[in-house]
Design a protein around this ligand. Structure first.
Ligand code: GLY
Ligand code: MN
Length: 494
């Protein structure tokens, strides 16, 4: 560490600001932890920023935190990238880091000032003193952010940023507007997003992060145990949702890690269905895709249940195809193995199963997917439309180390979630080309048996030196699901 450079940078920015207010509150020597067990130590946020600095060019790095929700008094939700780098969970926070020769040459947090009159409404604020103590980082009031930023940029530094930026091309966020104002004050300023660089770090989870993910998976397993008891004929999707989310909050989760999906019958074939207001009809399959978020860290787990408590022969066939695909992928989930092998194994397995039922012509079969017959697509994609899985972490779709290395390594933590969705209108979706005609006609007849059966099975895993850990260990084989649902005997609805 170049200690001299760090000291210089901090003094430089404090001096520039002396006319605007007191110098930054300095951080205590020792890292502090919040009272919650398993939470991230302040020193970890500091070290994440040091690792980020090593990836950045010389200049100023600015991280912008979320503002107070303006609509409907919704709960405050911190932007994951800001939470990752600072841990701060108050609205309108920011962080500036001066990057010099790959080092964090001085970081300052900016938080709202204490304000007893405002705090009556929105709760106690840390203030700069509290933030400096909690996060082992010098802190200033938020209203000094522009002045500090301007003085650093005037010194000729380029700007790297993260925040709620340009995600939706059709929408200008408050952070986009903030940066537009910064650019207007500094003609010719080079501004680059550093989101990708932070993602590279987030792909490698620490022990503390893994502990939180494990807690989230435990709670999600617990929720599915209760869910299996309330999937009943003539219940409602929202009652299943309520049970899952009740268990999350009862166990201390902050919130669901994504919008809870409870899709019955036709809705079981809609991948991100989350209206959750339909009646559970006898004979339906219901896909329940849920995840707890513990201190921001996500679990993500799906089980598919027959509303009747026992699978019909057709449901059983589709379910077993999906479960076999998941097992095939798990066998390839070995430390050091190429990640693509999981995909290849799952897809091959599903294609074999679907071809056996006649839902595909053969393994590897294609169909015309453009009206002019010029483009061919895999028949598997008619039933299996999404990726096999994703990393989990501060976001439910979080980067994993395998995204960057293409192979699994210790600490890889991800989902495996094959699914088969037989949409009732499937035959109508295929272009009516000559080549498609026999497939369309066979599908029409098979849809009598398989229409509206959607099955997804999703589990969370951790790769270790000694093997694959199944974090969401819980019933998932056909007899196990039926046994878990037998616990609901005698209940008609919740
Ligand atoms: N569980 C929702 C998803 O993975 O997209
Ligand atoms: Mn998922």
């Amino acid at each position: 560490m170049k200690k001299l450079t760090i000291a210089f940078a901090l003094v430089a920015s404090a001096t520039t600001l002396s006319a605007q207010g007191p110098a930054a509150v300095s951080a205590p020597d020792t890292a502090v932890r919040s009272e919650l067990p398993g939470s991230i130590a302040a020193s970890e946020f500091v070290s994440r920023r040091q690792k980020l600095a090593a990836k950045l060019p010389n200049g100023v790095f600015l991280a912008l935190g979320a503002g107070e929700p303006r609509v409907d008094y919704l709960s405050f939700f911190q932007i994951p990238v800001f939470r990752y780098l600072t841990g701060v969970l108050e609205p309108d926070a920011a962080l500036i880091m001066h990057v010099q020769d790959g080092q964090d040459a001085g970081s300052t947090l900016f938080v709202q000032r204490r304000d007893p009159a405002r705090e009556v409404w929105s709760g106690k604020r840390m203030g700069p003193e509290g933030a400096a103590a909690r996060y082992a980082t010098p802190a200033r009031p938020r209203d000094q952010l522009d002045a500090v930023l301007d003085s650093m940029i005037s010194a000729g530094h380029a700007l790297q940023v993260v925040g709620d930026l340009g995600v939706d091309p059709g929408k200008t966020t408050e952070h986009d507007q903030y940066l537009a104002r910064v650019r207007a004050r500094h003609e010719g300023l080079s501004v680059t997003t550093a989101t990708g660089k932070v993602a590279e770090l987030r792909a490698y989870k620490s022990e503390a992060e893994l502990a939180l993910i494990k807690r989230a998976t435990e709670l999600t397993v617990e929720a599915h145990t209760e869910v299996a008891k309330v999937v009943v004929p003539n219940g409602y999707e929202y009652q299943v949702q309520a049970m899952a989310e009740y268990v999350f909050r009862r166990g201390g989760a902050e919130r669901p890690s994504f919008a809870t999906i409870v899709g019955t019958g036709e809705n079981s074939t809609v991948l991100h269905y989350n209206t959750n207001d339909a009646l559970l009809k006898p004979g339906d399959m219901v896909v329940v895709d849920i995840g707890a978020s513990v201190e921001g860290y996500a679990a993500d787990m799906t089980r598919s249940y027959p509303v009747n408590g026992t699978f019909s022969p057709a449901q059983r066939e589709i379910y077993q195809i999906v479960r076999d695909a998941q097992a095939a992928a798990e066998r390839e989930a070995v430390n050091g193995a190429p990640a693509r092998r999981m995909n290849e194994a799952a897809s091959a397995s599903m294609a074999r199963g679907l071809a056996k039922l006649g839902l595909m012509d053969s393994v590897g079969a294609t169909y015309d997917c453009s009206d002019d017959g010029k483009r061919q697509c895999s028949q598997l994609s008619l039933f299996y439309l999404h990726g096999l899985g994703h990393g989990i972490g501060l976001e439910v779709h979080d980067p994993d180390r395998y995204y960057y290395e293409q192979k699994l390594g210790p600490g890889s933590v991800f989902t495996i979630e094959p699914g088969v969705y037989v949409r009732a209108n499937l035959a109508d979706l295929l272009p009516a080309t000559e080549r498609n005609a026999p497939l369309i006609s066979r599908l029409r007849s098979l849809l009598q048996t398989y229409a509206n059966i959607g099955v997804r099975i999703e589990d969370d895993y951790l790769v270790t030196e000694s093997g694959l850990q199944w974090l969401t260990r819980s019933p998932r084989e056909i007899p196990e699901i039926e046994a878990a649902m037998a616990a609901r005997k005698g209940r008609s609805t919740m």
